[in-house]
Design a protein around this ligand. Structure first.
Ligand code: PHE
Length: 345
């Protein structure tokens, strides 16, 4: 009877050929486990007659070796299919997907703006976010104690308890100054970056946001150049046929100064909530660089003239993606960020 069992199990072992980890483990438990068949057979063997023991002993040992060898070779085979690692992994199962990140909408918009101006020969320049009074205000023609400084609520950095002349930059115009101080005209540059203002955080205002400044200084640069450059920019960004209009404005560092509106990107000028039913939305401030600013930066204002403009990147992104709450840009909620996946590359 024992002989019969062994013959039957030998056939079963010989027929077994899978390298799948879970089935192989079942095999090990069934034959080689502490409560397995081999253990049972050896227990039965103890009860057989001495004559039988002589013949069966050898058969039994061979049977045990067969089961062990089979298990080992299948295990190794399974391991080899995996290059030696993760033995028995089932390669037929579908792979696990992994999440790919998305670019931030502000990064997408910034890149689009930079690419448009690159075509016109503008390079990208950067400057520090912690600025001194000179670069953020004085060189830009903000007189000391002049109310124009209150146009931008500033975070000052205190030095020894005193209000020092160090502040978080309130605009990227400080980078204009740095560029002109350290180089020679012509200048044609875009300066993207983060700026800070002391404002209560709400859907419409934040204590930090992003701007892109543009600067063009050369001989005989005129207001017509400014208008044409910005007109081209708007056609590229929002499509041909987008209208522009300039309204007179005031900035200490430009003269004359203007604010530029575009025909509403949502209603195309018919009137909607976004443009407050006016058909126009403001997108940037601009003007001819004030000769005082050129002189402050060591540039001969008789020989050179230039224009500058500055826009909020959040504002442009809002017009493009209709993001109504500014806070979304900095909360890093993946439900918001993952919506920009399609624009990954
Ligand atoms: N610096 C201005 C602001 O932050 C924008 C601006 C830049 C206006 C350059 C004119 C020229 O509001």
């Amino acid at each position: 009877m024992l002989q019969e069992k062994i013959t039957q199990y030998t056939a079963e072992i010989n027929a077994f050929s899978t390298t799948k980890a879970d089935e192989l483990e079942q095999f090990r438990i069934k034959f080689l486990g502490t409560k397995g068949i081999i253990k049972d057979i050896f227990d039965e063997f103890k009860a057989v007659s001495p004559e039988e023991k002589r013949t069966l002993g050898k058969v039994l040992n061979e049977f045990k070796q067969l089961a062990e060898a089979k298990y080992q070779s299948l295990k190794e085979e399974g391991g080899q299919a995996q290059g030696g690692k993760d033995a028995g992994m089932d390669l037929t199962l579908p792979g696990e997907g992994f999440e790919v990140g998305a670019r931030h909408p502000l990064a997408l918009v910034r890149r689009e703006i930079v690419e448009i101006f690159n075509k016109l020969g503008f390079i990208v320049a950067e400057g520090p976010e912690i600025e001194d009074d000179w670069h953020n205000f004085s060189a830009l023609n903000f007189p000391e104690e002049h109310p124009a400084r209150d146009m931008q609520d500033t975070f000052f950095i205190k030095k020894g308890g005193e209000k020092g002349d160090i502040a978080l930059r309130t605009h990227t115009s400080s980078v204009q100054v740095r560029m002109m101080e350290h180089g020679k005209p012509p200048f044609r540059a875009l300066m993207p970056g983060r700026v800070y203002r002391n404002e209560a955080i709400s859907a419409r205002a934040h204590c930090f946001f992003h701007q892109i400044e543009g600067l063009y200084v050369d001989e005989k640069v005129s207001f017509a150049d400014l208008k044409q450059t910005l007109f081209y920019f708007v056609q590229e960004l929002y499509g041909e046929g987008t209208k522009v209009r300039f309204r007179p404005s005031y900035f200490p560092f430009t003269e004359p100064s203007a604010e530029m509106d575009i025909s509403c990107t949502i209603c195309k000028g018919d009137g909607c909530q976004l443009c407050k039913y006016s058909g126009w939305v403001e997108i940037l401030g601009c003007g001819m660089v004030d000769p005082n600013v050129l002189e402050n930066c060591g540039i001969d204002s008789k020989k050179y003239s230039g224009f500058a403009f500055g826009m909020g990147i959040e504002r442009i992104a809002n017009l493009k993606y209709e993001i109504k709450d500014l806070r979304l840009f900095s909360e890093n909620d993946t439900r918001f960020l993952s919506q920009f996946k399609s624009a990954l590359i």
